[in-house]
Design a protein around this ligand. Sequence first.
Ligand code: AMP
Length: 214
Amino acid sequence: MKVVMLGAPGAGKGTQAKKMAERWQIPHISTGDIFRANIKAGTELGAKAKEYMDQGLLVPDELVVDLVVDRLQQEDCKDGYILDGFPRTIPQAEALDAALEKVNDKLDKAINIDVPDENIINRMSGRRACVQCGATYHITYNPTKVEGKCDACNADLILRDDDKPETVKKRLGVYHEQTQPLIDYYAGKGILSNIDGTIGMDEVFHSIEKVLGA
Ligand code: AMP
């Protein structure tokens, strides 16, 4: 199953993508996580990406597309994958389709998790990320067992720079302008499913299971 997750930053794509990857035993590929891992490791790609990320802007397409296309060619992707945070622009979506077509392949589904802007701003200010493993939580909707500590590795939790309110507003603007057009793009290809993302996390997951027929 080859699935693309769509939705505004903070709509809950990452959380759902992780659950889906576990449920269907396929890789969860998050470009945001890949960039953050590169920043942490001090790579050249990380340094370039950080300049854009800290301003709430998208990393240029040419830094993203090859990275993802290479990743999809790895052995663990042959039975499917969940793409989270990619594509984020029409040129990225076209490049992905072209790369898949070359190997006679295509996406099965694009799932759009729909959450209004006002809910997003509210949600993002409560989001916390682990400094060590990058796991994300929410102080109200998805709290850790011990306040301020990651459930997975017990490291400290922080409010990421790109989740701060000024940056969130900027990211939402970028989302509407550059990423939202992908909803029509995938609707036009007949593979789009819209899911109400304002309901609880478990209900959202059930809706996803339904649209994937699982
Ligand atoms: P995310 O964790 O998916 O919200 O991504 C965090 C940040 O990484 C975004 O705000 C962008 O700056 C950058 N990023 C992640 N994926 C992409 C992508 N496909 N294209 C461009 N920039 C990206």
